[in-house]
Design a protein around this ligand. Structure first.
Ligand code: AMP
Length: 272
């Protein structure tokens, strides 16, 4: 597939006015596609903004930006595994253990879980936290750091979607989050990401580290419209460089030859 130019297509929707005037975040989406796909992608984003379980937006911002293909970086798609947990407490405990294993200090991981749990409403973006202390490092307040300009390579989208579907993971959540997480862990200084969705019906969440995306079947209470993301960065990281990579660097994610979906397994198997 030859691509001279790619288009970053971005959507954000809010209710009660634009985000910057205090509107409540409803939905957002990010794609990076060849010109021929732009119309279809814009239409799908509009449908999604207008039919979100968090409510009906009265503000929708759609941005299209042409990017020369030579600016686009390629990074590997993380393998995706699911850890079946019986409930939220077990899910959060397993997520905490995995973060610690990845190099996040226990108190930093605990602070992040507490901060995500305490959010009064969903942010549009993510909190950037110190992996050593859990201290918030970005200055973006209630907006957070928004990861943009990423997608799966168009030549791999279908095969990856089919692989996910064959394991019952064909919903948008897993593919989109897998793409986002693959970009996030490729950013300078990032050790791990913790996420749960703001979709009230979707209780799964994940921890991503450099080698794997681990999905936990329960990470938030059913019915909660409040989601969140935390990115942990190691001490001494140039925060501005990390933020600018996350927010601006165009990235296409490509599954390597050994990319796989690991079938669902119970907690014991992962030996936490
Ligand atoms: P979602 O996975 O779309 O349900 O999003 C869950 C939460 O992750 C949202 O409430 C935001 O706080 C955050 N989030 C969603 N998209 C992004 C993004 N592109 N960059 C950073 N954070 C995001």
């Amino acid at each position: 597939m030859s691509m001279k130019e790619l288009y970053s297509v971005r959507m954000r929707a809010a209710a009660g006015g634009p985000h910057e005037e205090g509107g409540r975040h409803i939905s957002g989406a990010e794609r990076l596609v060849p010109e021929g796909d732009v119309r279809q992608v814009v239409g799908a984003m509009l449908d999604r903004a207008l039919n979100h379980s968090r409510g009906r937006p009265d503000f929708i911002n759609l941005t299209l930006e042409a990017l020369p293909a030579e600016r686009v970086l390629t990074v590997p798609l993380l393998p995706i595994r699911t850890l079946a947990v019986p409930d939220l407490v077990a899910g959060r405990r397993a997520a905490l253990n995995l973060l610690i294993k990845a190099g996040v200090v226990r108190c930093a991981a605990e602070r992040a879980l507490t901060a995500l749990q305490a959010l009064p409403d969903s942010m549009r973006g993510a909190m950037l936290l110190s992996a050593a202390t859990g201290e918030r490092l970005d200055g973006y307040g209630g907006r957070g750091v928004r990861v943009t300009r990423m997608d799966i390579h168009p030549a791999s989208r279908l095969a990856v979607r089919e692989a996910l579907t064959s394991y019952g993971l064909g919903n948008n959540h897993v593919l989109e989050a897998g793409i986002l997480a693959s970009k996030v862990v490729s950013a300078p200084g990032v050790v791990a990401e913790l996420c749960w969705s703001d979709d009230p019906d979707y209780v799964a969440g994940y921890v991503a580290i450099a080698t794997c995306y681990t999905r936990f079947s329960y990470l938030k209470p059913y019915g909660s419209p409040i989601g969140g993301r935390a990115f942990f960065v190691r001490e001494g990281t140039d925060i501005n460089a990390t933020i600018s990579y996350l927010q601006e660097q165009p990235v296409l994610v490509v599954p390597g030859e050994d990319w796989c979906v690991v079938p669902e397994a119970g907690e014991a198997r992962w030996n936490f």
